[in-house]
Design a protein around this ligand. Structure first.
Ligand code: XMP
Length: 514
């Protein structure tokens, strides 16, 4: 079955994946491609609509990006956003000029053409998010200006007959109050998509395709307990049952109860039909980490040991046909400017394919964004503690303990972290945080408990806001939440007498402590 498709042509803006995610929230499948995608390939994909993204360049002069102006004559509706709107204006005979000052931030949009289908159901005056330097000074012939702001007389324009629409502002960002409505108007009404992209059919189709591909073959999955590998395993289990073996290496550096949660979700009695192997390798890891304090060395040791343990299990299983990987869509998208810079260099415990005897890789989540992976996980019956799991680094608590890693310190940080997470969740603050956790510093300091002196460790709490994990802002958690967590930690976790909150952003700090 082929889904209705909206194409997002990427001109290198920072919100490009967000546009795609917003389109998918309208239950419409969309793909992000570089702006250089040739016209015949665009045509071959038979899109119901095309969205041109924002980008850092100017549409005129040396930095101008290549594109095929034929895309405006395909008879397919096009929405240009920011740079995309300037491109549409420039390409079709309008005028774009450098503005003296850039317009950045919130602005009040006034809709001047009440009949515009793009703005159907949108308030006449509504808040939008602007971020541009160049501005459109004249719309192309046959086009009408449909909205303005105080600083931007042409904030939206269209030629409804040709199905061409443009907004200088960004409908995809949260700060544009009614942006989702506008995007929905575009994909569902103007492009005529019915909305056939939902997780139910996705799961059915993927399971059928996996069954056909794998046949009676065998597959192996390194299960970490993270949402991606868990959902991949659940899909495979549905498709091929016991032909799948999941190896879960518990390196003893997981969060509190996490190993048991993974086992409960996938092990015997879980309802998932698969071979589940849990390797409790904690002691082995602790032995290797004894006396090691240098962060990179710790990472290396944990990564190598992980591979060794996995490899030993894989050898017992013998040759397999497929190795399952939890690759998701953001890892697949190539940036419109052709630079890999936007993609985070993966410092995962990877390298597995080199060590395992298999014929091919299967990546059942290649088309999904993270929020869709979570939706699929729910639809597959995975428990919330796995579906909602926040990102957790491969080396685990090993890089959240400064200095030597010992079982005792792991216990301290596990307990402190569990309390912190509980308090953040109780306060309902967890939803907006990208990542939050406790780390164990290597600092001991003097305290007083009852009538006695203590000389114990300090725990550091961290919470960050980020969408790409390349940069992050420290979250301004309510003081009451922090104070309660701190009080519970020093009272309930023996060996900790001080709690600190990390207020640094990334850069200059990183999200993890090591
Ligand atoms: P940093 O500390 O580099 O972290 O700001 C950025 C994001 O990457 C995660 N992280 C890792 N993830 N293997 C992983 O799979 C790793 O070795 C690793 N190190 C950091 C980190 O949790 C954050 O989400």
């Amino acid at each position: 079955m082929t889904n209705e498709l909206v194409l997002v042509l990427d001109f290198g803006g920072q919100y490009n994946q967000l546009i795609a995610r917003r389109v998918r929230e309208c239950d419409v499948y969309c793909e992000v491609h570089p702006h250089t995608l040739p016209l015949d390939e665009i045509r071959a994909k038979n899109p119901k609509g095309i969205i041109l993204t924002g980008g850092p360049q100017s549409v005129y002069g040396e930095g101008a990006l290549s594109y095929d102006a034929g895309l405006f004559s395909l008879g397919v509706p096009v929405l240009g956003i920011c740079y995309g709107s300037q491109l549409m204006a420039h390409a079709l005979g309008g005028e774009v000029k450098a503005a003296e000052t850039s317009e950045y931030g919130r602005a009040e949009l006034e809709i001047t053409a009440a009949s515009s289908r793009l703005f159907a159901g949108v308030n006449n005056k509504t808040v939008v998010w602007m971020s541009h330097t160049d501005r459109i000074t004249r719309v192309p012939e046959g086009f009408t200006t449909t909205a303005k702001t105080a600083d931007c007389p042409i904030a939206a324009f269209e030629n409804a007959e040709r199905g061409l629409y443009a907004t200088q502002f960004h409908p995809e960002v949260m700060h544009t109050a009614e942006g989702q409505k506008m995007l929905r108007n575009f994909v569902r009404d103007i492009c005529g998509c019915k909305g056939d992209w939902t997780m139910g059919p996705f799961i059915e189709n993927t399971v059928a395709a996996l069954r056909e591909k794998i046949g009676s073959g065998r597959a192996l999955c390194a299960l970490s307990g993270g949402v991606d590998s868990s959902v991949a395993a659940a899909l495979l289990s549905k498709a091929i049952g016991k032909q799948l073996t999941c190896v879960f290496v518990d390196h003893g550096l997981l969060r509190k109860n996490e190993g048991d949660e993974v086992e409960a979700a996938f092990g015997p009695g879980s309802g998932f039909d698969l071979n589940f192997v849990r390797v409790n390798a904690g002691e082995q890891f602790f032995a290797k980490l004894k006396g090691v304090t240098e962060p990179e060395q710790k990472r290396k040791i944990i990564g190598e040991e992980f591979i060794r343990v996995f490899e030993a299990e894989a050898k017992k299983i013998g040759a397999v046909d497929y190795l399952v990987q939890g690759t998701i869509y953001p890892d697949v998208i190539e940036s419109g400017l052709g630079k890999a810079a936007v993609i985070k260099s993966h410092h995962n415990v990877g390298g597995l394919p080199d060590y395992v005897d298999f014929k091919e890789i299967v990546e059942p989540l290649r088309l999904l964004f993270k929020d869709e992976v979570r939706k699929a996980g729910r639809a597959l019956g995975l428990p919330e503690n796995i579906v909602n799991r926040q990102p957790f680094p491969g080396p685990g608590l090993g890089i959240r303990i400064i200095g030597e890693v010992t079982p005792e310190k792991v216990k301290l940080v596990q307990d402190a972290d569990a309390i912190y997470r509980e308090e953040v969740a109780n306060a309902g603050a967890d939803k907006e945080l990208a990542q939050y956790f406790a780390a164990l510093t290597n600092m001991r300091s003097v305290g007083v408990m009852g009538d006695g002196r203590t000389y114990d460790y300090a725990v550091a709490l961290r919470a960050v806001l980020t969408s790409d994990f390349m940069t992050a802002e420290p979250a301004r958690l309510p003081w009451d939440v922090l104070a309660k967590a701190a009080s519970r930690i020093v009272n309930e976790v023996k060996g900790v007498n001080r709690v600190l909150y990390d207020c640094t952003g990334k850069p200059p700090a990183t999200i993890e402590f090591e």
